[in-house]
Design a protein around this ligand. Structure first.
Ligand SMILES: Nc1ncnc2c1ncn2[C@@H]1O[C@H](COP(=O)(O)OP(=O)(O)OP(=O)(O)O)[C@@H](O)[C@H]1O
Length: 488
């Protein structure tokens, strides 16, 4: 049905062994193997999970009874359908590594985590884990709703293998982390979902697990609590805890994970560097009828005739061929997809009028212009732009719908060239930034990408000491009155 061996080989290399290979060049082969395996916290090999789906409860009964009534040699009918929730998943997680697991609803993420935790048995394959596993699999997982928070802390701690004294030692820090006040002595059934998650995370994270598994639970907590959880996750990672994090947030993946696994229909769709995996995920979410628009459908030159005016514009943007990749600042690692019915051909970037600058000084006015060619008629195209940090955190983004651009709220004819322009004052912290561009249309509730060029332009903001942080909010710091010490 599927080749497990193939998957093992493919998956383990990017996650765990790549850097190990570099480190071990000087060691002998045996030492290599010993050290690599002692560094491994989780080893998942060829995991598959098949559920039996029964159309009616009586079929389940028939499946149980009838084969037992027949003679052993007689072939019995099957009363269920097979559903493979996971197929041939293989990867390894090293000590101190945080691996993000991402995928659409129903792609198999929770099933995989349950198998790793040992609460679900795989149909095929095996999992090996080292050390204490703490898991936050669902709301208030492991809590008895009738018990108080206090009682549940002791119960959970015991399940995680802690003695009463060890729990006593950690009790105050758990309660302080959860920060649910007097509710600690109320039955857990009276808690809000956010409070349950606070307590559950506090317990799991304060028992110093070797492996911590978090399934979406953090999305329930408020933003301040989430920030606190991620700070704690960082501490745990620094102390060697391996973390498996299931989330639908691509930003959490790029910000907190050292590698990522993308599941699709139960299969390992992509594994490796978080930003790349996240781009593949976005591709799955929005990339209907994916096709790389490398070769424009219109004949070179014919559009140029119609659109002479644009070619003469201040930005000297190409209007007939794709020269995007020839410009200074083009990121060769851009991620491009779309159905190819429009092409983003060219871009112009300037800082205070200087074209394609090697670096931008804070405070300068940045101008970005792009030319787009339409290879078919298009109703209300949407032009979007997003600026992200090199870690994939979105700083700001907008699109022609949000900006209410009337020019695009109409039919754009095949052959037309559009030049979009965006300018902003650079109020960014020093560092590297990436611009993503996109041209799409909306069909009912679905976005159809025609040409998306993610992280396609790279620019650098020069070091400065005007402020610290990602962006300047023009914080207005002032002191209204100083009282001399001898007047107090
Ligand atoms: N006990 C079960 N019996 C039959 N099918 C199941 C069972 N549990 C899960 N499934 C199916 O297996 C698939 C994977 O489910 P799973 O919960 O692992 O997905 P998921 O990626 O965690 O989804 P979500 O993002 O919505 O939480 C789904 O199609 C689900 O319907």
């Amino acid at each position: 049905m599927f080749s497990e061996g193939e998957n093992v080989a493919k998956a383990t290399i990017p996650l765990a062994l790549e850097s190990a290979e570099k480190n071990l060049e000087t060691s002998n082969e045996n030492e290599k193997a010993r050290r690599s395996s002692s560094d491994t916290a989780i080893s998942v090999r060829g995991i598959s999970k098949c559920y039996q789906i029964y159309d009616a409860p009586r079929d389940r009964l028939k499946q149980f009874i009838i084969p037992r009534l027949r003679l052993a040699r007689q072939q019995s009918r099957q009363y269920f359908r097979e559903f493979w929730a996971l197929k041939g998943i293989s990867f390894e997680v090293r000590k101190g590594e945080t691996v993000g697991i991402i995928g659409r609803n129903g792609s198999g993420k929770s099933t995989l985590l349950q198998i790793i935790c040992g609460t679900l048995t795989p149909t095929a394959g095996s999992v090996e884990t080292r050390g204490r596993i703490a898991a936050l699999l669902e709301l208030g997982s492991g809590f008895n709703p009738e018990f108080t928070g206090r009682e549940n802390i002791y119960m959970n701690g015991a399940v995680l293998g802690l003695t009463r004294e060890e729990i006593d030692d950690r009790f105050d820090s758990i309660v302080s982390f959860a920060d649910i006040g007097q509710f600690i002595d109320q039955p857990v059934k009276t808690y809000s979902s956010g409070m349950s998650v606070r307590l559950a995370f506090a317990v799991q994270a304060q028992v110093d697990p070797d492996i911590l598994i978090v399934d979406e639970a953090l999305s329930v907590g408020d933003v301040r609590f989430q920030a606190k959880c991620f700070a704690r996750l960082q501490q745990l990672k620094d102390n060697g805890t391996s973390v498996l994090l299931v989330t639908h947030s691509s930003e959490q993946i790029v910000t907190h994970c050292s590698s990522a696994l993308l599941l699709n229909d139960g299969m390992q769709f992509e594994i490796g560097e978080p930003r790349h995996v996240v781009n593949r995920y976005l591709d799955l979410l929005f990339g209907k009828e994916r096709r790389n628009p490398d070769s424009p459908q219109a004949q070179p030159g014919d559009i140029f005739q119609e659109d002479k005016g644009y070619a003469e514009s201040a930005y000297q943007l190409s209007t007939d061929s794709d020269v995007f990749q020839t410009r200074n600042g083009y990121n060769t690692h851009e991620y491009r997809w779309g159905d190819g019915t429009a092409s983003i051909l060219d871009f112009y970037l300037a800082a205070n009028g200087e074209p394609y600058p090697s670096a931008i000084t804070v405070g300068q006015t940045v101008t970005l212009a792009v030319s787009i060619k339409f290879h078919s008629d298009m109703w209300r195209p949407i032009l979007g732009i997003t600026i992200k940090t090199k870690d994939g955190v979105t700083i700001s983004g907008t699109n022609s719908e949000m900006a209410d651009l009337l020019d695009l709220q109409a039919l754009v004819k095949k052959g037309a060239i559009l030049v979009g322009k965006c300018s902003f004052q650079c109020r960014l912290g020093p560092g590297d930034y990436f611009v993503s561009l996109g041209l799409a249309t909306r069909e009912n509730d679905e976005i159809i990408p025609h040409d998306r060029r993610y992280d396609s332009i790279h620019f650098i903001v020069e070091p400065h000491n005007k402020f610290h942080g990602l962006a300047d909010l023009a914080l207005d710091l002032s002191i209204s009155h100083i009282v001399e010490s001898n007047q107090i």
